[in-house]
Design a protein around this ligand. Structure first.
Ligand code: MN
Length: 345
């Protein structure tokens, strides 16, 4: 066993994600950054996460006790797509007057909205193709958003490859809105869009949900594919003596063998993500989230892919890297769990 990294020196500041050296062709897991957030309605910044998480990830120690070695070179993050970065800037400007009016449209802003929806569709398509490409090469694929509308194309590509997969969705929000503030591909609509546009037969299992509309709750109750573990119920279970192990086992029992994880950082308690777009009190703490991932491995689930969304740096204070620090650690845990869960031939 040889260490993958020289522990005497800090990584070069230009090094890649987790200071890894692998090129995409050599890596097992490809991370695709989607720097996209025109539909973010409250706090901005998550489109900067794919660029800012890379240097922040150099602060981690990559040793994984379960593997008894460091884990970094198995992962390669693709260079950010300049046309997506440009599209995000353009669409954020177009979205400003729409967001200022709470989604109520004039003729002019209706034209902006049409452009944003069209650009969203284009990015979804490009991401789907890119994900398919790397899945075909035998790689595992993850998306680093961006807001929670970012991963739709990747979800679609994963579903095409794993038609029986279920989605483990960690979030403060149901994300079951039909559209939000006019945006068809809103961050608040990702699971509505996944269920209605991708038409999975497998379940959607949502955990940590604590801020939602009546219509979203009604849809969650009416659609037999959806199982929800509301944050309030998980807290109540905790206070009345149920262990987190039991809760995890119940969550995992609702999932099929193949699991895609859609992780909105705001599912965690806001102390882990103070600058995320829509923080909500309550939520899952870091250790419980990490244990849930371990428990998926314990139950021999196959994690087929994942996304991590809504991580946002503090835009008012560049030196405050807390959200990025936590985000990089969750990303590392997700990568390790995905890698470890792959079927061994
Ligand atoms: Mn979300």
């Amino acid at each position: 066993m040889s260490p993958t990294h020289d522990t005497e020196f800090a990584p070069d500041k230009d090094a890649g994600l987790f200071a890894g050296n692998a090129l995409p062709d050599q890596a097992d897991l490809i991370v695709i950054g989607v720097p996209w957030e025109p539909t973010v309605s409250y706090g901005r910044g998550t489109s900067q996460a794919p660029a800012r998480l890379v240097p922040a990830s150099h602060q981690l120690d990559y040793f994984v006790p379960m593997l008894a070695r460091e884990f970094a070179d198995e992962v390669a993050m693709l260079p950010l797509n300049q046309s997506w970065l440009d599209a995000n800037q353009r669409c954020m400007r177009l979205a400003e007057p729409i967001l200022a009016a709470g989604g109520r449209l004039t003729d002019e802003t209706a034209a902006n909205l049409a452009q944003i929806n069209q650009t969203s569709e284009q990015i979804n398509r490009e991401l789907e193709e890119l994900t398919r490409h790397w899945l075909k090469q035998g790689k595992m694929v993850a998306v680093l958003g961006g807001d929670h509308s970012s991963p739709l194309g990747s979800l679609r590509a994963h579903l095409a490859r794993y038609p029986d997969m279920g989605v483990l969705h960690i979030d403060a929000h149901h994300d079951l809105r039909r559209a939000y503030e006019g945006f068809t591909y809103s961050h608040a609509s990702i699971m509505y869009n996944y269920l209605t546009l991708c038409e999975p037969s497998g379940p959607l299992v949502s955990v940590g949900i604590r801020d939602y509309s009546q219509a979203e709750r009604a849809m969650a109750e009416a659609d037999p594919r959806i199982t929800t573990f509301y944050d309030a119920d998980l807290a109540k279970a905790d206070y009345t003596g149920k262990t987190w192990t039991e809760c995890c086992d119940q969550i995992i029992a609702a999932l099929p063998q193949c699991v895609y994880i859609s992780f909105d950082i705001d599912g965690l308690e806001p102390g882990c993500c103070p600058n995320t777009g829509t923080p909500v009190p309550g939520g899952i703490d870091f250790n419980r989230a990490a244990f849930l991932l371990d428990r998926l491995l314990h139950h021999k689930k196959h994690i087929v892919g994942f996304d991590l969304c809504e991580v946002s740096p503090n835009l008012d204070n560049e030196s405050d890297e807390w959200d990025l620090n936590v985000g990089a650690r969750i990303l590392h845990r997700l990568c390790v769990a995905t890698y470890q869960s792959r079927p061994q031939s």
